[in-house]
Write a protein that binds this ligand. Structure first.
Ligand code: AMP
Length: 588
């Protein structure tokens, strides 16, 4: 490489360095990892620590450790560290220096130039301080670019036509949302809004409070006073938060957390995803308000957006993705690793400045959604084959996701698990790629929790495990070639298979963990299943209906049942429509 220009994301929590090689952006390892914690410190002997080692000592020795220096850039501040104090630019320069030498090691040659990203809201003084930090680190900063612009470049390096993109960036300690317009070679930030005191660290703080309250209530202990214990709780809280992005429960187990009344105290608790989501809901609401403000400032509405991109580690939180999809009406894109896409975009910009050809960032993602089926509601009616996605389309690979389900009858001893690939809300319209039965479940009341785990690797091998949470009893299957794309004739074959299934020629067993007892009777098409469910629902309404409505209900339920027993599909459709109208009326 002639004169490599590196791309740097100098972040509040973590920093990354990337370079374009062979036309593609590559994130480089620094100390064996892609993310370098943006933390600088001095050890016991006064030696410099940058990155993970500095981060590790932060809670114990805050007086000789500096983190989140990005928040102070552009201020005339003197930050104490050990016996001395340092300007924000100097501390940032130490981080940049570490990134520079990692790049030099990787490329085997000196690096003197960089593109560095900054938040769109950074003032001139903050941008200048960033340039100065670069120079102190021995880097000529050939360009400062906005983080949302870099993210858009990472997704759309080879874009065509004009696009309006919303970039939602939630990192460890900062949040911002920007509306970016890409037209040909010009990328422009139309508006940007946010809160530079909001991020994943606030989610950790809520979990820490929750753990401390648990210790107070169950052990009558205030762990706040004990620095060592607090540091362990902090670390465990962040780990639990990350687990809850992929699983419905997270355990926190810390042995000998502290000594209390002369005895060692162990911390052992479980946090449920729903409980955690309630803790952080207000933060998410605040970010969604910012989304609307940014759109308003850009003079646009939701309908003008072509794409929503996620940036920042905290956007892996499923609640964020769900709420954004609800509000914006399209699934946000997160295929380019949200921690790394700003650095990748900076490297792409650097390559363009250096006159190199670049393609967009290539990532392995699943082209399909995978999930199971369970009893739920479809079109407002109870339906036993509702598709429950577990791994969603475009998730980067490898990935492991789990979801919790519950049995619905007392003493349910077995469950048939069906594994589907597809996007339809009705599982029967998707392709079934595997099935298995888990038997020997405990003789307990309905509500027995079964955790389903889907692990999909880059080779398309999908392993599905069903596990009884109480006992750990589990059963798994492995499905090869889960992500193999259908060829045209395979697609036809699949369609035929599906229509056979829908026409009731193939046996369909009531599915899924949430599903009912295995009932071999139910092997008909969707209309039949729905009609039965509707008739049952109508029967339940009888007790509260007026005499007149009751008579109508009885007549219509009878007509539906007659149509069912005569297998008269046109009559069934007609009577189901009438009955569902009446049920709708009675329920509203
Ligand atoms: P960033 O500043 O973009 O590196 O983001 C760092 C923040 O993302 C920290 O608060 C991390 O704890 C958080 N984070 C990283 N991975 C996940 C995850 N899988 N789920 C939720 N938060 C995460």
């Amino acid at each position: 490489m002639k004169h490599p220009i590196i791309g740097i994301d100098l972040g509040t929590t973590n920093s990354e360095v990337a370079v374009v090689q062979g036309g593609r952006a590559q994130i480089l390892d620094v100390d064996g990892a892609k993310l370098l914690p943006s933390v600088v410190g001095l050890d016991d002997e006064g030696a410099l620590l940058v990155g993970q080692s500095a981060r590790n000592q932060y809670t114990l020795f805050p007086e000789r450790t500096i983190r989140s220096v990005k928040r102070r850039m552009g201020e005339d501040a003197h930050l104490p560290m050990g016996d001395q104090s340092y300007r924000p630019q100097e501390i940032s320069a130490l981080i940049l220096k570490r990134l520079k030498s990692a790049a030099e090691q990787h490329l085997g040659q000196p690096v003197e130039k960089a593109v560095i990203t900054v938040p769109a809201y950074f003032s001139d003084a903050q941008r200048q301080a960033t340039r100065d930090a670069g120079e102190l680190a021995g880097l000529e900063v050939v360009r400062i670019i906005n983080e949302p612009t870099a993210a858009a470049l990472a997704y759309e390096a080879d874009h065509q036509g004009a696009r309006t993109i919303l970039v939602y960036d939630l990192g460890g300690g900062t949040f911002d949302v920007s509306v970016v317009r890409m037209t040909g070679d010009v990328t422009e930030v139309l508006s940007s809004h946010g809160n530079n005191q909001l991020g994943g660290d606030d989610f950790d703080a809520r979990l820490i409070e929750h753990v401390l309250a648990h210790l107070r209530e169950t052990q009558d202990v205030d762990a706040r006073e004990n620095h060592g214990a607090l540091a362990r709780i902090q670390r465990a809280a962040e780990a639990a938060k990350i687990t809850l992005s992929d699983a419905p429960y997270a355990r926190i187990d810390e042995e000998y957390l502290l000594e209390h009344q002369g005895r060692p105290l162990n911390l052992s608790m479980e946090i449920e995803r729903g409980e955690y989501e309630d803790m952080i809901a207000e933060f998410i609401d605040e970010t969604l308000e910012a989304v609307h403000i940014a759109l308003k400032d850009a003079g646009l509405s939701v309908a003008d957006l072509d794409e929503v991109l996620l940036v920042g580690g905290a956007t892996r939180t499923p609640l964020i993705q769900r709420r954004l999809e609800e509000v914006l009406g399209m699934p946000p894109r997160a295929e380019v690793n949200p921690d790394l896409c700003v650095a990748a975009g900076a490297a792409i910009q650097a390559a363009v400045i250096g006159g190199d050809q670049v393609a967009s960032v290539l990532v392995d993602v699943t082209p399909y959604t995978f999930g199971t089926s369970a009893l739920g509601e479809l079109d407002g009616m109870p339906y036993p084959h509702v598709f429950v996605p577990v791994i969603r389309k475009n998730t980067p690979l490898p990935t492991t996701k789990s979801e919790a389900f519950q049995t619905i009858v007392d003493g349910q001893s077995q469950i048939d698990v069906h594994v589907y690939q597809g996007e339809d809300a009705d599982a029967l319209n998707n392709t079934e790629i595997g099935a298995f039965r888990i038997e020997g479940l405990g003789d307990v009341p309905a509500g027995n929790v079964i955790v389903m785990t889907y692990a999909l690797d880059v080779n398309g091998i999908l392993e599905v495990t069903a596990r009884e949470k109480r006992t750990g009893l589990e059963k798994a299957i492995t499905i090869n070639n889960a992500t193999a794309r259908f060829e045209a004739d395979e697609l036809d074959a699949a369609r035929t298979r599906l229509s056979a299934l829908i026409d009731g020629e193939a046996e369909v067993v009531v599915d899924g963990a949430a599903a009912a007892p295995i009932d071999p009777e139910i092997s008909e098409r969707r209309e039949v299943v729905q009609a039965r469910a509707l008739a049952e629902k109508a029967e339940r309404l009888m007790s509260t209906a007026t005499a007149e409505d009751k008579e109508d209900l009885v007549n219509l339920i009878e007509s539906v049942k007659d149509a069912l027993s005569d297998n008269d599909i046109p009559a069934l459709e007609r009577t189901v429509t009438e009955l569902s109208d009446l049920v709708y009326y009675l329920e509203s």
